[in-house]
Design a protein around this ligand. Sequence first.
Ligand code: CA
Length: 228
Amino acid sequence: MKRILVVEDEASIREMVALNLKMHGMEAVEAESAEQALELLAKSEPCDAALLDVMLPGMNGFSLCEEIRKKDDAIGIIIVSAKGQEIDKIRGLSLGADDYITKPFSVSELLARLDALCRRVTRAPAAESAGHLESGAFVLDKSSRTFSKNGQSIDLTQVEFQIMELFFENVGIALEREKILKGVWGENYFGDVKIVDVNIRRLRMKIEEEPSNPKHILTVWGYGYRWN
Ligand code: CA
């Protein structure tokens, strides 16, 4: 059963979400503040995904996202923002979130996104995905889900790892942003392709010598990206 952390200070929303998760066959772990969420995460078994409201008393959802990511690369994180402001979305994604949803949201949309996220975020590596891929100084190991450069391990989120998998399986081939979106986020993802750009930016920060002058993840203008 998937364990989902729900961080929301408004009790009515939190309870409604928790109830719907349970009816959907998921376990809901509720927290009314970021501080409480961190406490719960520290002492309980890991969650598969987390829904983080941005506006919280005390520490806000963005800082919470950063804190969670420092300790856990595998958890899937959805930022719940009250406003559909682009700046909020980009900020959340650049802090390590995998997806965002804006309030008010429909329960069916939330569950669809959570399902898609949980499919992507698998803590236990699947046996059939065992494989060791190399490209230049980089090594991607599917069975241990590790990524390294010149023998130095680089921590990637599950989404970043899946983007790298796609690149490694298509070395030198220009990939359309929509193809990356569908390949990583799933056929039924109804978010924006900008999420691809934000993740690429994050990946470049992690793997390129000079992120502003990338040598490996190249931009194919008006189309997408190519691994070199
Ligand atoms: Ca709130």
